[in-house]
Design a protein around this ligand. Structure first.
Ligand code: GLA
Length: 394
């Protein structure tokens, strides 16, 4: 929103009125209207104690399930999805997300498997940004840059949980309040993430946040998928479509250079279905920087529109994963940094490119790049974001 300051006042007022109606900053009354009447036929969600934090606080695990037989386990540590079962074309269910089978392993070393990411998903250059004349310093936990909210991001905190089963499916509401100055970010931020497993095998994720000071927010979900259900296999045979005709090239620290580059004629063109492995080792300088795909694609849909962003098909199992969002970007990461050092519960270890992530989000480093859509949140406004992962077979 800083760009509008040099325009005539009447234009500024016009833009402000437009902004009042935009999806990112809805007023509380509008959201209440959208809230479903959920009191009828509610039942509690299955839960167990999953483990204990070093200070003795209990971590719970909730299981979302539907009549079709899909199950999703979520723990209150990091809001992490630890297991997600989906049928293949023969109706056989497998877990399709990478994870661990105990809290200790998540506490020891977790490359964001299944986690909620905040306050800022992806990177902020040199861990610094300015807002209204003040400069804020964040942890530099990825070389010289800030990644995924810092040392103790939302992936490493305990969330309050409330689960229920309704006629529409299973819902888990997770809440967390991040204090003013936590990880260097301004403002006390109240966050709520709602996971709903629908009857037709979709996980609908809705994010909301409110602040008491101007701040920046960019929330996402960091599940690592392998639709084969066999994590000993890489994902190079999965076929991917990204609804994007351009992507954001990066520098050596994976910070966008500011260029919007057309994908046509490059290995980044997933406008038509293509195996992930076809061009991944094409010798392209952008692929060399990420050791594979680790870039943000600029979605074709207009900002704030909710629509299909990505679709992945695993030919052998027949599983299809579609991703819908109202975010302007999607980070496609092909698991390049996994190196076989982390144990897989079913035996063996997680190897390079044994998974892929599709992280819906605003663009990396937006707080420092005025041409990117704004990630600013002001007191009185409500940040909202929605992403839906739908599983089918063909
Ligand atoms: C994101 C980043 C990657 C990597 C993973 C976690 O996808 O873009 O570079 O940091 O998270 O390992």
């Amino acid at each position: 929103m800083r760009k509008i300051q040099s325009y005539p006042m009447c234009f500024v007022l016009f833009l402000s009125l437009l902004q009042l109606g935009c999806k990112e900053n809805k007023k509380e009354s509008e959201l209440k209207k959208e809230a479903p009447n959920s009191q009828q036929g509610e039942q509690p969600l299955a839960k167990i104690v999953y483990g204990e934090m070093p200070d003795g606080e209990k971590v719970e695990q909730y299981t979302l399930s539907n009549a079709a037989g899909m199950e999703i386990d979520v723990i209150t540590y990091g809001g992490i999805i630890t297991r997600w079962t989906a049928p293949d074309k023969n109706g056989d269910y497998d877990n399709i997300v990478l994870g661990f089978d105990n809290l200790e392993q998540y506490l020891q070393s977790n490359p964001y498997f299944g986690a909620l990411i905040g306050r800022y998903g992806n990177r902020i250059s040199k861990g610094s940004f300015s807002l209204d004349g003040s400069t804020y310093s964040l942890a530099t936990n990825d070389g010289e840059n800030h990644l995924h909210g810092g040392e103790t991001g939302f992936d490493k905190v305990l969330w309050q949980a409330h689960g229920k089963k309704t006629a529409e499916g299973s819902t888990l509401i997770l809440s967390y309040t991040s204090g003013d100055g936590e990880e260097g970010y301004p403002g006390k931020l109240k966050v709520q993430v709602t996971y709903t497993l629908t009857m037709d095998n979709a996980l609908d994720i809705r994010y909301e946040a409110r602040t008491d000071k101007a701040t920046v927010v960019n929330l996402t979900q960091h599940s690592y998928f392998n639709l084969s259900g066999n994590f000993g296999q890489d994902i190079l045979d999965h076929e991917l479509v990204l609804e994007a005709d351009s992507f954001l090239p990066v520098d050596s620290g994976l910070i966008p250079t500011g260029e919007f580059r057309p994908v046509s004629g490059t290995p980044f063109d997933f406008q038509r279905s293509k195996p992930i492995g076809r061009d991944i080792d094409a010798g392209d300088s952008q692929l060399e920087l990420g050791l594979g795909y680790d870039h943000c694609w600029v979605l074709d849909q207009g900002e704030g529109d909710f629509g299909l962003a990505a679709s992945t098909f695993h030919p052998t199992s027949g599983r299809v994963l579609e991703v819908y969002t109202d975010e302007p970007g999607i980070q496609f990461y092909s698991g390049n940094f996994l190196d076989g050092s982390l144990p897989a519960p079913q035996g063996g270890t997680y190897g390079k490119r044994s998974c892929f992530c599709l992280e819906t989000q605003h663009f990396p480093d937006s707080p420092n790049q005025e041409a990117f859509p704004s990630v600013r949140l002001d007191p009185g406004d409500i940040y909202t974001s929605r992403t839906l992962f739908k599983l089918t077979t063909k």
